[in-house]
Ligand binder design. Structure first.
Ligand code: KG4
Ligand code: ZN
Length: 336
């Protein structure tokens, strides 16, 4: 059974064809990153226009790479939340048109659930597990019982971890997106050079944490050094920031795994590409960490088509009144 997955929630237009939730026949991703980089962040109106220009060609290419024709598709899956509404609507309208024309079901997919599914495309991961969705817009911790059942148990209370990377990079004109740039520069730095604050709120929820204090402390430190002309300290500061940002997530993941009597931790979303994160999670003796390959960790259609196979098996489809939502909606089977 072949499913078409469409993803346009932020600044990547993507379409993929996946067989039975696992076998990726094509996964075309057209990134707008360079177009937004001049503005140091995603410009929503520009993103929607670029999705509109790209989406038909991206879908066409997905069929071409897969060597399939439209009539081979059993269902059309689309991300309809959370994300930039204007961007989501481009993917959603296109998906509806395809599903209608082909006479196949439309499968509604949650972007975060799709990220949590990505590592399952390449490996068999047991349930229940602890799921970490770490991206530019979200930093969420889940107790996952199946591909489609996720209970939110913790999150950041302010900035997302990717947002912290992006803001630190922006402050010092390193470029956009900040995550991969800081990851690269931190390799030349000493991550023990600075001890930055690690805000964690243990009182009411041990899986809740904050990034705004860390971001401010790092920017303050960088300002101090720049004022004194010590540019060479920058890699040390970035490496120490990266350690502080990721170690909080490791602590939370290990605590959640221990509390729930679980060994397996699934990590997904753009920040899961981070090389320091991958090594400390993999090396920790108390957990078994699962990551997707980098191409499947950032936004892509394969994770959408993959998860949709399991949603479809559970009878989850949508009619043409399906709408786009910027936030995760607190109703139905949506994540809280
Ligand atoms: O999942 P994603 O592609 O899009 C969203 O749904 O947000 O994640 C993008 C985020 C950006 O904040 C980017 O800076 C971050 O992922 N990122 C990284 C790395 N690669 C991407 N953060 C840290 N280290 C990386 N290597
Ligand atoms: Zn994402």
């Amino acid at each position: 059974m072949f499913l078409l997955g469409i993803e346009t929630s932020c600044d990547e237009s993507s379409a993929a064809i996946v067989e039975a939730g696992k076998n990726i026949l094509s996964n075309v991703v057209m990134s707008q990153v360079k177009d937004h980089a001049v503005f140091h962040g995603v410009v929503p109106e520009l993103a929607s226009r670029m999705h509109l220009e790209a989406i038909n060609a991206v879908i066409e290419e997905a069929f071409c790479h897969a060597g399939l024709s439209y009539s081979d598709i059993a269902a059309v899956a689309v991300v309809h939340k959370p994300g930039l509404v204007g961007s989501l609507l481009i993917g959603l309208s296109t998906a509806k048109a395809f599903a209608y024309q082909l006479g196949v079901p439309l499968v509604p997919v949650n972007h975060i659930e799709a990220h949590l599914y990505a590592p399952h495309l390449e490996q068999d991961i047991p349930f229940p597990n602890i799921g970490l969705a770490v991206s530019g817009g979200h930093t969420l911790v889940y107790h996952s019982k199946s591909y489609t059942e996720h209970s939110l148990i913790g999150s950041t209370i302010d900035d997302a971890v990717g947002e912290a990377f992006d803001k630190v990079a922006k402050h010092f004109d390193l470029g956009y997106p900040g995550g991969p740039i800081i990851d690269g520069m931190a390799r030349d730095g000493d991550f023990l050079a600075y001890k930055f604050p690690r805000a964690k709120y243990k009182d009411d929820n041990p899986y809740q944490f904050s990034y705004s204090g860390l971001k401010t402390a790092v920017i303050h430190q960088l300002n101090k050094f720049h004022a004194k002309g010590h540019g060479s300290a920058v890699p040390d500061i970035l490496a120490s920031f990266q350690k502080a940002a990721i170690d909080v997530l490791l602590d939370v993941a290990v605590t959640a795994a221990r509390d729930h009597g679980i060994q397996d931790v699934v990590v997904s979303g753009g920040v899961s590409c981070n090389s320091y994160m991958r090594s400390v999670f993999k090396e920790h003796s108390e957990i078994t960490a699962y990551f997707a390959s980098p191409k499947l960790s950032t936004d892509n259609g394969a994770m959408v088509a993959g998860l949709a196979y399991h949603l479809l098996k559970e009878g989850i489809t949508a009619d043409y009144s399906l709408n786009a939502h910027s936030k995760i909606v607190k109703q139905g089977r949506a994540l809280p």
